[in-house]
Design a protein around this ligand. Structure first.
Ligand SMILES: O=C(CO)[C@@H](O)[C@H](O)CF
Length: 493
C-alpha cells in the first residue's frame, strides 16, 4: 500500500457487495493508499445472514436486511475515522453495489435523509425509513410469474431482450418490484422511492435520493438500453406511476452533487467532495480492469461473471447487455453464474476440511481433464443455464454419485470454467491467439484456480493488484467523473 503525500487529493471507492461492504482510497496516480471492509456475517451477527443473505424456506426467495447495509456503513466509516483516514482530502467518491437488488424507501424517508443529526449514526436514524426491511437481491429466483407477464407485455422474450438488453430474469429489479406490488401491496403503497443497491449507497452519501445510473439500470428489465430512458412498455407492465418512484436515470459518469452535510460534520468530508453516480459491481469492475478490445474479464466472487466491452449491443436469450459505465455510447456483455464462491467454499469445507491449502493441493495433485471425470455443481437454481442439482459423470459418461476429494475438487473447478467458456462462446465471444483473461474477485488470489482457468480458456490469465476490482473501479470512476466534470444529474431526479 503506497503512502500518499499528507495533503494530496484522494479518491474513494465503495462496494456494497453480497457478503461485505468494502472501501478503497487511491491517490492521484491511481495508487491504492487505504483499504477497509466490513464482513456482514461475522461483524453484524445480529442480522443472522449466511453469505450476506437469507435464503428463505421456499429455496427461491433470497433477501438481505437493508439495515445491515446501513449499519455496515456506520461501522466502516467509524473504523476509518478511528484509523485516522483523511476524509477531508477526498476530492470525489463513487461506489458500486450488487446488481439488481432493490431498496424500498418508506414515505417520509426523503425528509429524514436531509435532516440527519451528525451526533447519531445512520442506523439509529434510518430504522423506520424503509417500507421493506428484507430487500430482494440478485440470488432470488422467485419472480417467475412476473417474468412471464413482462415478456408477454413486451411482445416476447426476444423483443424484451432487444429493448432492455436481457430477456426477463427472476433477479432483475422490475420483476421483483412487480412481485412485491402483488404480494405485499401495503408495503408497496407505503413506498416513496425505489433504489438499486448502488443508488441506495449513493443516496446515503448525498443525503437525498440518488439517480439510478444507466449501467446498473440496465439490469432491471425496465431501461431501454439504446435511448437510455425508462421503457414505457416495461414500466406500464410493472406498476403504475413507477417512473415517479424510480426518478430519472443518469449517466454513469454524472456528478450527482456534494457529499452530505451530515457526513461533512460527522466524519470531516470536505464540502467540495463530489459524489459521482454509483453503479453495479460488475460495471464498476469493468471500469477497474480497464479492459482492452479482445479481453474477457472473469470475476470470481459470490457469483462468477464474465464480461467484456461491446461497441454495439447484441442482445440474446442468454446473458445480458448493459450500458457501458465508462464509454458514454458503449455497451458491455455479461454472463452471470450464481453458483460461484459459495459452491467452491462448500466443496472446500466438505472435501478439504475447510482449507484452501488442501483445496490447492488437490488441484496440484490431479491432471488436466481429471481422467475424464466432469461435474456440474448447481447448489442453488443456476442462472446460466437455468438448472439445479449436482451431476457427476465419469470417463464413460456414466453418472456417478461421488469421487475422491481430489477428483471432486478438480471436477468442480474444471466444470465451472468449462461452463463459463461454453456460454461465452455461445454469446459470440471468440477465444483467439490475442485473448487475455483478466481475473478478479476473491478466488483470483488462488494461483491453482487461475491455472485451471488458463488451461480451460487456453489463454494467459492476468490479475490486478487488488482482488476487488469493483471497489477500485469505483475509485477510478470518482477520479474520472470529478476530472471530466461529468454531467451533473438533475438534482431533483
Ligand atoms: O446478478 C449478477 C450480475 O447480473 C451478480 O453478479 C451480482 O451483481 C452480484 F452481486
Amino acid at each position: 500500500m503506497a503512502a500518499a503525500e499528507p495533503d494530496s487529493p484522494l479518491y474513494l471507492g465503495l462496494d456494497f457487495s453480497t457478503q461485505q461492504l468494502k472501501a478503497v482510497a487511491i491517490d492521484g496516480d491511481l495508487g491504492p493508499v487505504h483499504q477497509d471492509s466490513v464482513q456482514f456475517d461475522s461483524e453484524l451477527p445480529e442480522f443472522r445472514t449466511h453469505g450476506g443473505v437469507h435464503i428463505h424456506p421456499d429455496g427461491l426467495t433470497v433477501t438481505s436486511p437493508v439495515l445491515m447495509w446501513v449499519k455496515a456503513l456506520d461501522l466502516l466509516l467509524d473504523r476509518m475515522k478511528a484509523a485516522g483516514f483523511g476524509f477531508s482530502r477526498v476530492r470525489a467518491l463513487s461506489g458500486s453495489g450488487q446488481q439488481h437488488g432493490a431498496v424500498f424507501w418508506r414515505t417520509g424517508a426523503a425528509r429524514t435523509l436531509t435532516q440527519l443529526d451528525p451526533g447519531q449514526n445512520l442506523h439509529q436514524q434510518l430504522t423506520d425509513s424503509f417500507s421493506v426491511q428484507d430487500s430482494p437481491v440478485w440470488m432470488d429466483s422467485s419472480s417467475g410469474p412476473q417474468c412471464d407477464a413482462l415478456q408477454e407485455a413486451a411482445g416476447g422474450a426476444m423483443r424484451l431482450a432487444d429493448i432492455t438488453g436481457s430477456r426477463a430474469y427472476e433477479r432483475f429489479t422490475g420483476n421483483q418490484i412487480s412481485k412485491l406490488r402483488q404480494t405485499r401491496p401495503d408495503q408497496f403503497q407505503d413506498t416513496e422511492r425505489i433504489s438499486l443497491v448502488s443508488s441506495f449507497g449513493a443516496s446515503l452519501f448525498l443525503g437525498r435520493y440518488a439517480a439510478i445510473d444507466y449501467s446498473d439500470g440496465s439490469g432491471m428489465n425496465l431501461l431501454d438500453i439504446r435511448d437510455r430512458m425508462w421503457s414505457q412498455i416495461c414500466l406500464d407492465a410493472t406498476a403504475t406511476n413507477l417512473k415517479r418512484l424510480l426518478g430519472e436515470p443518469s449517466p454513469s459518469t454524472a456528478v450527482l452533487g456534494p457529499v452530505s452535510s451530515f457526513l461533512q460534520h460527522r466524519y470531516g468530508f470536505s464540502g467540495s467532495c463530489s459524489v459521482v453516480a454509483f453503479t453495479g459491481d460488475n460495471p464498476a469492475s469493468l471500469a477497474g480492469m480497464r479492459l482492452h478490445q479482445g479481453d474477457i474479464a472473469v470475476s470470481l466472487g459470490t457469483s462468477d461473471t464474465l464480461f467484456l466491452s461491446l461497441s454495439e449491443p447484441r442482445p440474446s436469450l442468454e446473458g445480458h447487455v448493459f450500458c457501458n459505465p465508462v464509454e458514454p455510447d458503449g455497451f458491455m456483455a455479461l454472463l452471470c453464474f450464481k453458483n460461484g464462491s459459495l459452491t467452491r467454499e462448500r466443496v472446500r469445507d466438505r472435501c478439504c476440511s475447510g482449507s484452501w491449502d488442501v483445496f490447492s493441493q488437490a488441484l496440484d495433485g490431479t491432471p488436466l481433464g481429471n481422467h475424464g471425470n466432469i461435474g456440474f455443481y448447481f447448489d442453488t437454481m443456476e442462472i446460466t443455464p437455468p438448472a439445479v442439482g449436482l451431476h457427476r459423470f465419469d470417463a464413460n459418461d456414466r453418472q456417478v454419485s461421488s469421487w475422491s476429494p481430489e477428483l471432486e475438487v478438480r471436477a468442480l473447478v474444471e466444470g465451472q470454467f468449462l461452463s463459463r467458456r461454453l456460454h461465452a462462446e455461445r454469446l459470440g465471444y471468440s477465444i483467439g491467439s490475442g485473448t487475455r483473461v483478466l481475473a478478479t474477485g476473491g478466488a483470483s488470489a488462488n494461483r491453482q484456480i487461475l491455472q485451471v482457468l488458463s488451461d480451460v480458456f487456453n489463454a494467459p490469465v492476468y490479475t490486478i493488484d487488488l482482488s476487488d476490482s469493483a471497489c477500485l473501479g469505483s475509485a477510478y470512476r470518482a477520479l474520472h467523473g470529478n476530472h471530466s466534470n461529468g454531467t451533473t444529474a438533475n438534482p431533483t431526479s
